[in-house]
Design a protein around this ligand. Structure first.
Ligand code: JHZ
Length: 404
């Protein structure tokens, strides 16, 4: 595949009735951290299209996944909140589906964060992960992990899975046919396939525009997922909403038909009621994004004029996007703390702000901390409690710019 390709047809239903509702210009790849402050980031177009036939939101381009994922700095295990979410997931699935000596396969298993929890609940586990650095990390923890992208071909390495999980990866996949083909091959006929994806309703209603970046090719509602799964002979029988990552849905599907839970009907009715299948629902979104940008920049400019010390916390992909889109640089936010060792010493793409370890917080003693991983605000505020006690203020960028 070339460096990137243009989307002219809907990834799910093949329709060419794609209408743009957001243009974020061109942006660097959110996880392509820089080794020096003088390095430049390559930028790619970033626009969101709405499919008038199945209501999938999708980016207008697909960047070659080998560019995005060969070395991936995001380690899921850094957040205690996420670890707890994974443990709760493993426990609840164990309660829901009882089989003897179960095997769970996790697609894009990252550093083994979810599988560690399944293992502790007595499951046999196998991960499949395309980023070499993360495979090495997972293997060190004793989590068997294959180094590959998930596809019809690579799925042949695993078979007879009772559960297949794919959390925070389905939105990253262009070839959904190959992905689901692989699931059908590896899953027991009575097995369960579970995906977890950020929910488009939450993105739109809470103006989480910074979660729009080149890794996230699709932004899901239940409706397009149902159309997609049905066309591949997978039946969605249950759906849950979770708070993780600002609001996600967990979708349960099987090959053999199961009795549908009322949650499916309820979510379908909810999406209709909220008019999420109509283009006009999305037309005001771009204005809200511009509003956040201007308030955020105004606030940071004001603090700079007052010589206030501002740091960020969480060198997340969304943080990189926010800062780059708003044209913020190290004159506004001197550095960003991240507890991921592999990110420290690098620079955010676009803004070129240095990523530092938590000790720098004590050394600098900032007046303000920008919560760039706002999805983990509570955990970050807890971690910086001594600064809170000394009067540090927190800046929350979404859903509206606010100072806590
Ligand atoms: P976080 C990720 O996006 C990755 P990102 C991915 N693209 C995806 O799909 C979405 O999630 C859903 C750090 N941190 O999770 C760790 C601390 O340092 O918001 C991370 O670098 N200390 C696959 O990157 C970052 O913040 C802490 O106490 O936008 C959080 O990144 C905590 C809680 C986090 O996701």
């Amino acid at each position: 595949m070339a460096e990137f390709k243009l989307i002219t047809e809907c990834r799910i239903c093949g329709s060419s009735k794609l209408k743009q509702y957001l243009d974020l210009g061109s942006a660097p790849l959110a996880n392509a951290l820089l080794n020096s402050s003088s390095s430049r980031s390559h930028k790619y177009p970033l626009q969101v299209l709405f499919c008038e036939d199945c209501s999938l939101s999708q980016l207008s381009i697909v960047v070659n996944p080998n560019i995005l994922y060969s070395d991936y700095p995001y380690h899921s295990s850094v957040s205690e909140t996420f670890k707890k979410h994974c443990l709760d997931m493993a426990k609840s699935l164990k309660e829901m589906f009882t089989v003897e000596d179960p095997l769970v396969v996790d697609i894009a298993s990252n550093d083994g964060c979810l599988l560690e929890q399944f293992k502790s609940c007595g499951y046999n586990v196998v991960g499949v992960e395309p980023s070499k650095n993360l495979v090495v990390k997972a293997l060190k923890k004793g989590i068997p992990t294959l180094h590959d992208f998930w596809s019809e071909e690579s799925s042949q390495e695993v078979y007879g899975a009772d559960l297949i999980t794919a959390t925070n990866v389905f939105a990253h996949v262009d070839d959904l046919k190959g992905f689901l083909g692989g699931v059908k091959k590896a899953l027991q006929p009575d097995g369960i396939f579970i995906i977890e994806v950020p929910y488009l309703y939450d993105l739109i209603s809470k103006v989480q525009f910074d979660t729009i970046y080149h890794e996230h090719l699709s932004y899901f509602l239940l409706r397009p997922l149902k159309i997609l799964f049905t066309s591949y002979g997978l039946h969605i029988f249950k759906v849950e909403r979770h708070e993780i990552h600002g609001g996600s849905i967990r979708v349960f599907a099987s090959i053999n038909k199961r009795k549908a839970d009322k949650s499916v009907r309820e979510m379908e009715a909810f999406e209709k009621k909220e008019k999420l299948h109509q283009f006009k629902t999305y037309t005001g979104f771009a204005e809200k994004v511009e509003e956040i940008k201007s308030y955020f920049v105004e606030l940071l400019e004001d603090l700079r004029r007052q010589h206030k010390k501002v740091m960020g916390y969480g060198a997340s992909a969304k943080g990189a996007m926010l800062l780059s889109y708003c044209g913020v640089d190290s004159n506004h936010i001197s550095s960003v703390v991240d507890d991921t060792k592999e990110k420290q010493g690098k620079y955010l793409p676009g803004s070129r702000i240095p990523i530092v370890d938590k000790n720098r917080l004590d050394a600098i003693n900032p007046d303000y901390i920008a919560l760039l991983a706002w999805n983990f605000s509570e955990e970050i505020i807890k971690r910086t409690f001594s600064h809170k006690a000394r009067g540090v203020k927190y800046i929350l960028p979404v859903p509206t710019v606010s100072v806590l």
